[in-house]
Design a protein. Structure first.
Length: 67
């Protein structure tokens, strides 16, 4: 078989937001987390749902349906 005949396969992580399906190249995904409790932050835009503690770091949680 020639090099031109080799097909490269890719894997994707698929997920659903609202009723729309999205896919990310699995190479771009660092980790998938269980849902953690979100701490609300006062005076932030509606799309910012709050923050979570990820191994001691504060990470913002966004609602992409509202962004």
């Amino acid at each position: 078989m020639s090099v031109a005949g080799i097909t490269e396969l890719s894997q994707y992580l698929t997920f659903k937001l609202d009723e729309e399906v999205f896919a990310l190249d699995i190479v771009k995904v660092r980790e998938v987390l269980e849902f953690a409790s979100v701490t609300k932050v006062p005076r932030t835009p509606d799309f910012m749902r709050g923050v979570i503690n990820l191994r001691g770091s504060v990470v913002p949680v966004l609602d992409l349906r509202l962004k």
